[in-house]
Design a protein around this ligand. Structure first.
Ligand SMILES: *Cc1c(COP(=O)(O)O)cnc(C)c1O
Length: 236
């Protein structure tokens, strides 16, 4: 199957899931998870209509960036982020989905101040409290949002989650509903103009239709567009 055929299937499924939930399909942004893909594959995906590429690793992102592979699309960062790599992202990515600590918020603020911009971010929530995953625990999200609200160069736009791997779409529905409810709570608790909880980044190839039913605004889809990935070597 070609990327453009796969992509049109995914776009159609997003549309159908949105309509089924009584939502406008235009509310949902498809973020193509491009990890492990080559410059050429990324260019093909953009030519086929991908408007946002989501990268997991700073090194890959930088390499594709330098090769001009993202031309015609925007780039989001969706992977685990180390504090010392923040400086390579600021100025390149419109949105960092995966902010998982207060330390990262402070470093993003510092680097964005240097670059003279405001970096938009999402707070990643480890809903299932999985030790193998990063992200704030639910109880840590409000303190993080409060910290971010006091930083001039960071703007929180919403929440992100990576629930346990699903075998069928509805399996993770409880997590998706929980993220949506948490966003509503945080917005209410913060009660300021700055903290925005409109973005909910949730849903991957296996479960994006369920995520849309629960209110996802951004779905991160790799395999369903690009096919199965070869195994990723562990992070250095
Ligand atoms: C790889 C990845 C995805 C996409 O996963 P698929 O199952 O291939 O769709 C989504 N989000 C994150 C954070 C990822 O690392």
């Amino acid at each position: 199957m070609s990327i453009s055929t796969n992509l049109s299937h995914v776009v159609e499924e997003i549309r159908a899931a949105a309509l089924a939930a009584g939502r406008d399909p235009a509310e949902i942004t498809l973020v193509a998870a491009t990890k492990t893909q080559s410059d050429d594959t990324i260019r093909q995906a953009i030519a086929a209509g991908v408007a946002v590429c989501g990268e997991n690793r700073v090194q890959e992102l930088t390499a594709h960036w330098e090769a001009g592979a993202y031309e015609g699309a925007r780039v989001h960062f969706i992977g685990h982020l180390q504090t010392n790599k923040v400086k390579y992202l600021v100025g390149k990515v419109d949105l960092i989905h995966s902010v998982s600590s207060q330390k990262l918020l402070l470093e993003i603020d510092r680097q964005a101040a240097k670059a003279g911009l405001v970096q938009e971010v999402l707070l990643e929530v480890n809903l299932a409290q999985e030790p193998s995953k990063s992200g704030f625990l639910c109880s840590q999200v409000l303190p993080a949002a409060r910290l971010a609200a006091g930083l001039d160069h960071v703007r929180v736009r919403g929440l992100m989650c990576i629930p346990p791997a699903a075998t069928f779409p509805e399996e993770n529905l409880p997590f998706f509903h929980k993220l949506k409810a948490l966003a509503v709570d945080i917005k209410e608790e913060m009660g300021d103009n700055k903290t925005d909880m409109t973005i909910l980044s949730m849903g991957m190839s296996r479960d994006f239709t369920a995520a849309i039913a629960a209110g996802a605004t951004h779905v991160r889809v790799g395999t369903a567009i690009f096919g199965p990935r070869s195994p990723i070597p562990p992070s250095p």
